[in-house]
Design a binder for this molecule. Structure first.
Ligand code: ZN
Length: 449
């Protein structure tokens, strides 16, 4: 077997790997978008350095754009094969790719693909179940629940034509931060000879605070002063987690039932609708909640679709909560709300996810008192706080727990992380598990297994 690292090698984003069997058949695992500063994003527009017409299939681990966001470019490179993923991943990937094409069209930016290409690509989607081995040429592919977002998977691939002791390789995908309020715990993988694993938080441990307590105290603060709580949120998973938590806080009387909550994100609303199609994919107690209706709905919530919904939100006097994308405040409706509400001292901004460098979210998190929004200077009088405890990624300890469960590991490749976290995780793996064959690949590196 051979593996070529087509992305997420030295960066967090752009996940993509080509695996070639002992007899020369190739499959691609993920084709994510490079996201972040301009230099990294420019990699999206570079030529795809592999002959895609020779790929016999693609496998997607999950629907986040940094894992699926370049998929449609394969069409213009002559790829005609199937794309395997779980059913929830198929629905969420279609939504994310269509949204990406739409945003690119509206912004009149150079785009990687258009809506028609997304629709064409979805015709090649093949939906598979967890634990159901799929034979793809020389390979046998099995998915396990990665507990990261709905439908997310770790993928075990066995090369039936391998000509070395490395026959079975596992791609972690993104490993979830279990226990999670919504999703079942990360599933252990029994055995693999080689492991390609993410290392996003390879150098740190998540704080032990309960996100429910933090959210309750933020909502109570605006209930007390009649202000606005702004929460920028990623449309997949984070938005649904927030809605589910607020449902519980209202039900348990921890915040007021009549406090208005606006979900001002068409993409978040569409993703939530997809989430409600898969009740069996959630934790047992959430499955119970589904019997009574959607666990993402509660008194006082309004889902806003149209842009003019901002007028309705602004006309609401007194305490209110606004959840909107994008998660790092680089676009989407949260930007308009930020311009309107950040200059008001009774406003609170709660950051619940990772904020990349050079994003508005990062600037606010670092305490900027004036920011530029749509070329206007905005004075920040709002109180800004953040919590890392809602991360959907495993921390160092959880990554180690995932790896320890796998028997027979001879080789480890650390991807999907900056160099600091990768090095820290490599040292920990050698120290705790005695595995010393650890590679930190660079972009386009090829390794024989
Ligand atoms: Zn992810």
């Amino acid at each position: 077997m051979k593996i070529k690292f087509m992305g997420a090698a030295g960066t967090v984003t752009g996940s993509s790997y080509v695996l070639t069997s002992g007899s020369g058949q190739s499959i691609l695992i993920d084709l994510g978008m490079f996201q972040g500063v301009a230099e990294i994003e420019s990699l999206n527009y570079r030529k795809f350095e592999y002959d895609a017409s020779t790929l016999s299939a693609v496998i997607l681990t999950h629907a986040h754009l940094d894992h699926c966001g370049r998929l449609p470019i394969l069409l213009s490179h002559g790829f005609t094969g199937p794309v395997y993923m779980t059913s929830a991943t198929a629905d969420l990937t279609e939504l994310s790719l269509l949204d990406t094409a739409k945003v690119a069209e509206e912004d009149e930016k150079p785009f990687l693909f258009n809506k028609e290409q997304v629709i064409q690509m979805t015709k090649q989607f093949k939906r598979v179940h967890y634990h159901a081995p799929e034979t793809i040429g020389d390979f046998i592919v099995t998915m396990y629940d990665a507990g990261h977002i709905l439908g997310s998977a770790s993928v075990v691939i066995e090369d039936t034509r391998a000509n070395s002791s490395i026959r079975k390789i596992v791609f972690s995908g993104d490993v979830g931060n279990s226990p999670d309020n919504l999703l079942p715990d990360v599933e252990p993988v029994e055995s693999a000879d080689a492991v390609v694993m993410e290392s996003t938080y390879g150098d740190r441990l998540h704080p032990a605070d309960d996100p429910m307590d933090i959210l309750a105290s933020e909502i109570k603060a605006v209930e007390g002063n009649g202000g606005t709580l702004l929460i920028p949120a990623f449309s997949l998973q984070r938005t649904q987690e927030l809605m589910h938590m607020i449902m519980h806080l209202k039900k348990d009387g921890k915040v007021r039932e009549d406090t208005p909550v606006y979900m001002d994100s068409p993409m978040g609303n569409a993703a939530t609708t997809i989430y409600t199609r898969y009740p069996e994919a959630f934790k047992a107690y959430v499955q119970e909640e589904f019997r009574e209706g959607s666990p993402f709905e509660f008194p006082g919530v309004t889902m806003i679709q149209k842009k003019k919904g901002q007028r309705l939100i602004d006309a609401t006097l007194g305490a209110k909560v606004i959840i909107a994308g994008s998660g790092m405040m680089t676009g989407g409706r949260i930007v308009g709300h930020a311009a309107r509400y950040l200059p008001i001292p009774s406003t609170r901004l709660l950051i619940v996810g990772y904020q990349g460098v050079e994003t508005l979210g990062r600037e606010l998190l670092e305490g900027s008192k004036t920011v530029k929004i749509d070329k206007r200077t905005v004075n920040v009088k709002a109180i800004v706080s953040d919590t890392q405890s809602m991360s959907s990624h495993a921390d160092q300890q959880q990554l180690m727990t995932w790896l320890k469960e796998i028997k027979n590991v001879q080789k480890v490749f650390l991807t999907h992380g900056e160099d600091g976290p990768r090095k820290a995780l490599a040292a920990k793996i050698t120290q705790d598990l005695g595995v010393s064959d650890i590679t930190m690949p660079v972009l386009h590196q090829e390794v024989s297994l």
